[in-house]
Write a protein that binds this ligand. Structure first.
Ligand code: AMP
Ligand code: MN
Ligand code: MN
Length: 360
C-alpha cells in the first residue's frame, strides 16, 4: 500500500496542501503516524464518529480503536453525538466496550480522531473537542470534507473510511486480527452496499480478502447487518413504501421517487428511528427514477433526508445546497418544515445537479 501522491520525504507538511481531488500525501500519513506515536504513555485518546452512526462510522472507529489498543494505548474512549444508542445490527461488533455516551467523553484528550464525518457539524455537541484536544486527526472519504482536523487523511476515492483506517493501521505496524477485521469488514461492506456499488474497485476486494483471511464469517456478518429486522419494522416498511410517490418528470425527466416516515409511524409499530436507515434500499430500486429519497422525521418540523442517485444526478450537490453533504450517489441533509416543503426544495435543486446533458 502506498499513498496516492508523492512527497516521499514525508516532510514539509505545511507546504504540502494537496489539490482537493487527491488523497492524503506521504506528509499527511507521516503526520498522522507521528501524532499517534507522540502520545505520552497515559495519553487519552478520544475517537468520534458521525451522528446517527452507520456501519462505516462505527466499524472504522472501533476497528481503529482496537488497533490502537494493540499498540498499547490504554486510555481510550469511542463515542458519537446524540443518544448513546447503537443500532441493533451493530450490537455484536467487537470493540463496543470502548464506547461511552457523549456526555462522558474526555473533555480535553491528548488526541481526538474523527471517523467518517465530512464536517464538524456531523460531530454535534462533540465538535468542541477539536479545539480542546492536544491534536485532531480526521479520517474520512467524503468529497465534501472540510478538512477540519489538524491532520486530515481524506481520500474521496476510498470506498469507505475503513480503507483509510486500515492503511493508517498498517503504517503504524498493527497487524490485522479477527476483531479488527470484523469491524473494518462491516464498514467496507456497508459503504459498498455489499460490494455492489461503483466504488467496489480491485483494491476493495483485495482489502476484503485480507480481512476475510483473519477467519471472520461473512455470511453471519452480512445476515446481521443487512438481512435482519424486527417484524414490526417489516410492517412499517410496507406502510411507508405504500405511500411512495413517483415523479417521472422530476430531475429533467430522469425521475424522482420519494417517501417519508414520521415519528408517529415509528411509535405505531414500536420501532426505533435507526430501522429506517434500510428503507432507502427498498425505494432506490425503482426502475423509473434516477433519484430516490426518504424523508425521516426526527422531531416536529425536523427531517433527516437520505438521497440516492443512479448516476444522472449528483445528489451531493443537492445535499450541500440544502446544508448537508455526502457523495455523488448517496447524500443527505437535515430538512426543516413540512415534508412537502422539504421535497419542494429537493425538486428545485435537482435540475442544477445533473451530471450530464439534459434528457429530452
Ligand atoms: P444516509 O442517507 O444517511 O445513508 O447518508 C448518505 C450520505 O450522506 C452519507 O455519506 C452521509 O455522510 C451523508 N449525509 C447524510 N446526512 C447528512 C447531513 N445531515 N449532513 C452531511 N452529510 C450527510
Ligand atoms: Mn457514514
Ligand atoms: Mn463512509
Amino acid at each position: 500500500m502506498t499513498g496516492t501522491s508523492g512527497d516521499p520525504a514525508g516532510g514539509a507538511l505545511a507546504e504540502a496542501t494537496p489539490p482537493a481531488d487527491s488523497g492524503p500525501t506521504e506528509a499527511d500519513w507521516a503526520a498522522a503516524v507521528a501524532a499517534v506515536r507522540a502520545l505520552p504513555p497515559d495519553g487519552r485518546v478520544l475517537l468520534i464518529c458521525h451522528v446517527n452512526p452507520d456501519g462505516d462510522a462505527l466499524g472504522s472507529m472501533l476497528g481503529f480503536g482496537l488497533g490502537l489498543r494493540r499498540l498499547g494505548v490504554r486510555q481510550m474512549q469511542a463515542t458519537f453525538p446524540g443518544p448513546p444508542e447503537v443500532p441493533e445490527s451493530f450490537r455484536e461488533l467487537p470493540g463496543l466496550d470502548l464506547l461511552v455516551p457523549a456526555t462522558e467523553a474526555y473533555a480535553d484528550p491528548e488526541l481526538v480522531i474523527c471517523f467518517d464525518a465530512a464536517s464538524e457539524s456531523r460531530l454535534g455537541e462533540l465538535a468542541d473537542r477539536l479545539a480542546t484536544a492536544g491534536g485532531a486527526l480526521v479520517l474520512d472519504h467524503h468529497a465534501s470534507n472540510t478538512r477540519f482536523g489538524r491532520v486530515n487523511l481524506v481520500d474521496r476515492h476510498a470506498a469507505a473510511t475503513s480503507v483509510v483506517a486500515e492503511e493508517l493501521l498498517a503504517r503504524l505496524g498493527v497487524d490485522l486480527d479477527a476483531a479488527i477485521a470484523e469491524c473494518l469488514y462491516v464498514a467496507l461492506s456497508t459503504d459498498t452496499g455489499s460490494f455492489r456499488f461503483e466504488a467496489t474497485t480491485p483494491a476493495v476486494h483485495q482489502l476484503a480478502a485480507r480481512l476475510l483471511a483473519t477467519g471472520i464469517r461473512p455470511g453471519d456478518i452480512s445476515r446481521r447487518i443487512f438481512d435482519t429486522r424486527p417484524f414490526g419494522a417489516v410492517r412499517l416498511f410496507g406502510e411507508v413504501l405504500g405511500r411512495a410517490r413517483l415523479e417521472p418528470a422530476a430531475a429533467a425527466g430522469h425521475g424522482l421517487v420519494w417517501t417519508y416516515a414520521t415519528q408517529d409511524d415509528l411509535a405505531r409499530h414500536d420501532q426505533r428511528p435507526y430501522v429506517l436507515e434500510a428503507l432507502i434500499d427498498s425505494v432506490r430500486c425503482t426502475a423509473e427514477a434516477d433519484v430516490s429519497c426518504v424523508v425521516k422525521q426526527t422531531a416536529t418540523g425536523d427531517w433527516a433526508v437520505s438521497m440516492r442517485s443512479k448516476g444522472a444526478v449528483d445528489v451531493s450537490r443537492v445535499a450541500v445546497a440544502l446544508g448537508g453533504g455526502g457523495h455523488r450517489f448517496a447524500a443527505g441533509f437535515t430538512g426543516r418544515g413540512t415534508v412537502d416543503e422539504v421535497v419542494d426544495r429537493i425538486r428545485a435543486e435537482l435540475g442544477g445537479a445533473l451530471t450530464g446533458p439534459v434528457r429530452r
